[in-house]
Design a binder for this molecule. Structure first.
Ligand SMILES: [Ca+2]
Length: 216
């Protein structure tokens, strides 16, 4: 190779490198928390570690998710397993971590997908956040989006009344009994599984009973 040709190639390589480093305004394909969005109706679902709680879709609480990158371009073909939920206050214990609830399908050409399944989890939280590849939608500099889907699991506690432990057993039954019924006892929304909401009665106990001895 001639010296001049080598110099030209070197120059071309340098320009490419500069363009690459300077490429912050080009589509990155990396999830941008502020450009991405999530929405749903509001309501209540029962979650169970055994993954036999209420499916979001069947409850009329399908979550719509749009994933975009730093240039606001849709991210197409995001695997369904890369989309999951967490409690708004991180009070849900997820069976299998992010595998507890995933998108129904990969993102389409508009970067859109939905979440329709049940949440395999213990715990209780006032709402859920959508997480895509570890990034909370609306997180960071923008306001995190807390969807008003209250999640309530019969896995209420673990050993010594501590954090839920992925199984529904006598410890949970004892906790349920402590707050049952309401009224007259103080209202505990975490054991108010089905309508009528605002009271804890035999219907809620029946839901608890159906999930007794369930685990991840
Ligand atoms: Ca438990």
């Amino acid at each position: 190779m001639l010296k001049a040709e080598s110099a030209v190639l070197l120059l071309a390589g340098t320009i490419l490198l500069v363009l690459h480093v300077d490429g912050v305004n080009s589509a990155s394909g990396i999830v941008h928390p502020c450009n991405s969005t999530a929405s749903s109706a509001t309501g209540v679902v029962v979650a169970c570690p055994q993954s036999d709680g209420n499916a979001l879709g069947a409850a009329g609480l399908t979550i719509s998710v749009t994933v975009r990158d730093n240039t606001n371009a849709p991210i197409v073909g995001m695997p369904r397993a890369d989309v999951w939920l967490a409690g708004c206050n991180f009070l849900l214990v997820l069976c299998g971590g992010s595998g507890a609830i995933n998108a129904a399908a990969p993102t389409n050409v508009l970067g859109q997908t939905t979440i329709t399944g049940d949440i395999a989890a213990g715990g209780c939280d006032v709402g859920v956040k959508v997480i895509v590849q570890g990034i909370v939608i609306g997180g960071g500099a923008c306001a995190p989006i807390c969807l008003g889907i209250a999640v309530r699991s019969p896995d209420l506690v673990g050993a010594a009344g501590g954090l839920p432990d992925y199984k529904v057993n006598s410890l949970d039954l004892a906790k349920f009994a402590t707050d049952y019924r309401s009224p007259p006892k103080a209202y505990n929304p975490c054991i108010d599984y089905i309508a009528p909401f605002g009271i804890v009665d035999l219907g809620d106990f029946a839901v608890f009973g159906r999930h007794f001895n369930h685990k991840c």
